[in-house]
Design a protein around this ligand. Structure first.
Ligand code: ADP
Ligand code: ZN
Length: 732
């Protein structure tokens, strides 16, 4: 082999750049062996460090420094649809914008294709003939779910039949089910755009027509669909999805928290007769592979997903919808740090497709783009079906404080009591998980702190544990103070949802309570079950964290009490006020969505604060105008650009040294400014010491070249790291 290689003249050696799913600076060249002719986008197998890896033939020429004779050969072309130019362009663009290695971005598009061949997965078919056995109703439902004769997996069958997986296994043991290989391409049902949907109200019809026209134009555009909570935005943008289906193109809908989307999925199914394909990180690897393949082959016309769905291989994407566009959950904070809302707009541009941003509380970024004429806007000013917006009032916690050791003020307690007495539902909102955010020793004052992070340990009483919400570190609640050894001296300080639930149980013992928090509703099924219980009025009082704010429609919920409206205002980050208004307005928007009017009470120590005033008056536009006026002069986003450098190291000294070096090498110039270095608010996280620097520029300055040059000047010692966060959302 070696010998024949050497005899060939270098003119015969054909090279091809291959991008591998690793954080290398760019693609590597490989030799094309005779008989293969890989083209850009082809998925190929190549040798890398004695292993075989999957990569993609890239467009950009690789570093040609490796002589022909040293090149390793491409091992083969994988039988899978090639990565389209629009997706390759998107990968390169995201890498350039976020200063990430392109391979790391490409990995998100390729993650499902492990080098080992996809094993045909096991499923079940009905035994034929069926043994003559008595069959329970639950078993009957499983067999009915298999009526179409397509094999289905255990989990899928159990879900479809509404039974536990044990029932499916029992059927198999009894010989009523026989093993069968699952199809490689999922039989995704095709949504029918002409399936009869709801009759749109006139406002909705006007807005839907504008969105349909944008889809039919088959060109890039961005439209903000902005409508008050309960105005029927979903129904409206589903008409854009319908138009996209008529155009024969694929549609992507991004939701901030797909695990909480059961009501959304039901609504989609009502509109189109079948469910969409779903994409998020909790899918089994088999479902992922099947879905990925179906998307690549155009067999999944509509995908609803979390931010990672942006990297799916759509051959002909014709619409991208970003629902709740203001949500910070769209920002990915780990690995490739990117904002899915902004990247969705870029993805749409490369696909010549419209993007639709949807929110009742649009971000200032999006509003500024509307104002500058870059984005269009369609508005739904009224709640659907004549429902009115809830009335919002502040409870001054100084004037009417709760009883000692309690957190619910008398006016809120009275309002909950009245609501429950009327047979309506009430919700108490507190954006804090667990029982208490701080535990201290009443003897010596010692505070229970995470050993790995600059953070207090949060008590989770149900689990009898103290837990760090940053690194997950958990310890049993100690019997005595670890500092002074006083017995039974540790006391909880402040409330979390568990503690509010305890207080509610004492105040309203007859009310059926439900806690909605990410740790009490793990996964989509639990969230769906909770939603059904609320809809079926099997619950009277809901106590929840921010997950209750997310798009739910609960017709019998008429009172929302915000336990600590001031909570999000502490910390002083750039968007603290904006985010508080958005979150509380969204929570408030859960109330009074049907005939009975809704009421919202905000417990606050500063009812005169502009945030509380904006919520009470319901004048979000005025509030956002005020925010804009505050950010414009100092060139703060969206009227300027920010990029954060987060330095971390094993020791404080190493972190300081690197931060200082970066500070000394800081760029300067017209419209360019560097703030810091300063200790990060989370100055220790998972045992790493952290420092921050913030590059702030005018809007017309591109930050990426500045960052590249800056980072290129400062060597990073072993054990230290600099993470780049372009357009930071979190300042921790
Ligand atoms: P938003 O997303 O704007 O808060 P939703 O889309 O949740 O509002 O709509 C509120 C409620 O009104 C939902 O239950 C929805 O199904 C219903 N709805 C919206 N539009 C219509 C319509 N045209 N006909 C019947 N029901 C509708
Ligand atoms: Zn921690």
């Amino acid at each position: 082999m070696e010998g024949t290689d050497r005899k060939r003249s270098s003119r015969d050696v054909q090279r091809v750049p291959v991008l591998l799913p690793y954080p290398f600076p760019g693609p590597f060249d490989y030799r094309v062996p005779p008989g293969l002719s890989p083209a850009p986008g082809d998925v190929v197998l190549v040798p890398l460090n004695r292993r075989e890896e999957v990569g993609v033939v890239w467009d950009a020429p690789a570093d040609a420094g490796v002589p022909d004779g040293k090149l390793k050969p491409v091992a083969g072309v994988v039988d899978t649809p090639p990565m389209r130019p629009a997706l390759r362009q998107f990968v390169d663009w995201v890498a350039g914008y976020t200063l990430s290695p392109p391979g790391e971005v490409m990995a998100m598009a390729l993650r499902v294709l492990a080098p080992r061949a996809a094993r045909p997965a096991a499923g079940w078919r009905r035994a034929d003939p069926l043994p003559a056995l008595r069959i329970t109703a639950a078993r009957r439902r499983v067999l009915d779910a298999l009526a179409e004769q397509e094999p289905r997996s255990t989990a899928d069958l159990a879900r479809a039949a509404g039974v536990g997986v044990g029932v499916v296994r029992g059927l198999a043991d009894a010989g009523l089910l026989v093993p069968a290989a699952l199809p490689v391409v999922a039989p995704f049902a095709i949504p029918d755009p002409e399936h009869p949907g709801e009759i749109l109200a006139p406002d909705q019809a006007t807005a839907a027509a504008a969105l349909r026209a944008a889809v039919a134009a088959r060109t890039f555009s961005v439209t903000l669909l902005d409508g008050v909570t309960g105005s029927g935005k979903t129904e409206t943008y589903l008409e854009a999805v319908a138009e996209c289906l008529r155009q024969g193109r694929q549609a992507l809908v991004l939701l901030p928290e797909i695990a909480l989307s059961s009501q959304w999925l039901e609504r989609f199914e009502r509109r189109f007769g079948v469910p969409p394909a779903v994409w998020h990180s909790d899918l089994t690897s088999r479902v992922r592979r099947v879905t990925w393949r179906a998307v690549a082959e155009g067999a999944a016309p509509v995908v609803v997903g979390a931010r990672s769905a942006l990297f799916l291989p759509f051959p002909d994407l014709g619409l991208v919808v970003i629902d709740e566009e203001h949500e910070t959950a769209f920002k990915q904070e780990e690995g490739v740090v990117y904002h899915a809302r902004d990247m969705a707009v870029v993805r749409a541009r490369f696909c010549s497709a419209p993007a639709v941003l949807v929110s009742a509380t649009p971000s200032l970024e999006t509003l500024a783009n509307v104002e500058a004429g870059r984005y269009r806007r369609v508005t739904l000013p009224m709640r659907h079906g004549g429902a009115v917006l809830p009335s919002v009032a502040a409870i001054d916690m100084r004037a009417t404080p709760p009883e000692r050791g309690r957190f619910l003020a008398p006016p809120l307690v009275a309002a909950v009591r009245e609501t429950l007495a009327r047979g309506e539902q009430a919700m108490l909102f507190l954006n804090r998980r667990g029982y208490a955010p701080l535990t201290l020793c009443r003897h010596c004052g010692h505070r229970m702190q995470c050993p790995n992070c600059t953070a207090w340990l949060v008590e989770h009483r149900a689990r009898r544990a103290l837990q760090c919400h940053h690194c997950g570190h958990a310890v049993p609640i100690p019997d005595e103070c670890p500092a002074c050894a006083a017995a039974a001296s540790l006391v909880p300080v402040g409330p979390g949802v568990e503690r509010i639930t305890e207080e509610a149980a004492a105040l309203f013992p007859e009310a059926r309570r439900l806690v909605m928090a990410s740790d009490t509703l793990p996964g989509p099924d639990a969230a769906a079950a909770a939603a059904h219980a609320i809809e079926a009025r099997a619950v009277d009082l809901i106590v929840g964290t921010q997950i209750v704010a997310k798009g739910w429609h609960f017709p019998h919920l008429t009172l929302v009490g915000v336990v600590d409206a001031d909570l999000g205002l502490a910390g002083g980050d750039l968007r603290a006020a904006e985010r508080t208004v958005q979150l509380l307005h969204q929570v408030a928007g859960r109330a009074g969505r049907a005939e009975a009017p809704g009421r919202v009470l905000l417990q606050t120590f500063s009812p005169e604060h502009p945030v509380m005033q904006a919520l009470v008056e319901g004048d979000l536009a005025a509030f956002m105008a005020r925010e804009a006026a505050q950010r414009r002069p100092g060139h703060w986003p969206p009227y300027g650009r920010l990029a954060a450098l987060i330095v971390s190291a094993d020791t404080a000294a190493a972190a300081d040294a690197l931060a200082r070096d970066l500070g000394r090498a800081a760029p300067w110039g017209d419209g360019v400014e560097v703030l810091g270095p300063a200790p990060a608010p989370l100055s220790v996280l998972r045992g790493r010491h952290r420092r921050r620097l913030l590059l702030k520029t005018r809007r017309d300055v591109a930050v990426q070249p500045i960052l590249r040059e800056w980072l290129g000047k400062v060597p990073v010692a072993r054990g230290a790291r600099v993470e780049v966060d372009v357009d930071p959302v979190s300042f921790l």
